[in-house]
Design a binder for this molecule. Sequence first.
Ligand SMILES: Nc1ncnc2c1ncn2[C@@H]1O[C@H](COP(=O)(O)OP(=O)(O)O)[C@@H](O)[C@H]1O
Ligand SMILES: [Mg+2]
Length: 260
Amino acid sequence: MSAAEVGVAVGVAGADAVELADVTVHYGDVLALDGVTLSLRPGRVCGLVGVNGSGKSTLFKAITGLVRPDRGAVRVRGGPPGAARRAGELAYVPQSEAVDWSFPVSVRDVVMTGRHGGLGFTRRPRRADHDAVDRALERVGLADLADRQVGRLSGGQRKRAFVARGIAQQARVLLLDEPFSGVDKRSEATIARLLRELAAEGAAVLVSTHDLRALPDLADEAVLLMRRVLVHGPPHEVLRPDNLVRAFGLDVTARDGEAG
Ligand SMILES: Nc1ncnc2c1ncn2[C@@H]1O[C@H](COP(=O)(O)OP(=O)(O)O)[C@@H](O)[C@H]1O
Ligand SMILES: [Mg+2]
C-alpha cells in the first residue's frame, strides 16, 4: 500500500458511516428504542446483541429510514438515511425477508437489483452490471445457482443472495439482521468471512446475532442493546458476565457469588 493509499484509508476510517444521536422509537405505547446514541465506522464489523424484543430490528429500521424516530437524529454517511438508500450506499438484509418467494425472479435478478440504485428498474443492465453481479455471485458461492428461482433456495442461500446484492451494489454500509439464524453451516461460514472481507474493503458492517460464542471472531466491536445501549466496546467487554446479566438476565455468576 502506498503512503497515499494509507492516508486515504486513515481519512475514511476517521469518519463515521452511521451516527445515531439520542434516537427514541415508540410503536404506539411500546418503547422500542430509548435514547440510542451510536456511531459505526468504516472498516469495522459491529456485532449487535440483546434479548428478543430489545430493539435490534428497530435499530436496523431506524438506520435504513424504515422507521422514523420520535426523537433524535440518524445520519448515514453524513446525510439522511433516505438519501444514502437512494444512492445505493446502504444495503439491508432484513431478519425475515419481506419478499414474496413465489415471485418468479432468479437469484441473478435479485442481485441485479443492487445495481439499479436510483436509476430505476427500467434501465437496461450494462456489461459492468453483469460483471459485478457475476463477481458477487461467485463471492457468496452461488454462481452455480444464478438462474434458480429464489423461492427454491434454502434459507442460508437466500441470505447469501441478499449479501451478494449488497456486494454488487458496492454498499458502504451493510446492515444484517440475524443472518445466521436458521442457516446451514456453510452459509454461516461464508457470510461471516464475507463480512470481514467487506469491512476490510472499507464498509461499515452492523450484524445482529444470538451466537455470543462466535462474537469475538465475527466482530471488531459489539453493542449490547436493551432498548438503550448498555455497552459498546470490544466483544470481550460485552461478553463480561456482569454485562450479560444486565442484558439477558443470565445469572452466570450466581454460583460464584454464593460460594463467595
Ligand atoms: N410493528 C410493530 N408494532 C408494534 N410493536 C412492535 C413492532 N415492531 C416491534 N415492536 C415491539 O418493539 C420492541 C422491539 O422489537 P424489535 O426491534 O423487533 O426487537 P428485536 O429485534 O431485538 O427482537 C418489542 O417489544 C416488539 O414487540
Ligand atoms: Mg429482531
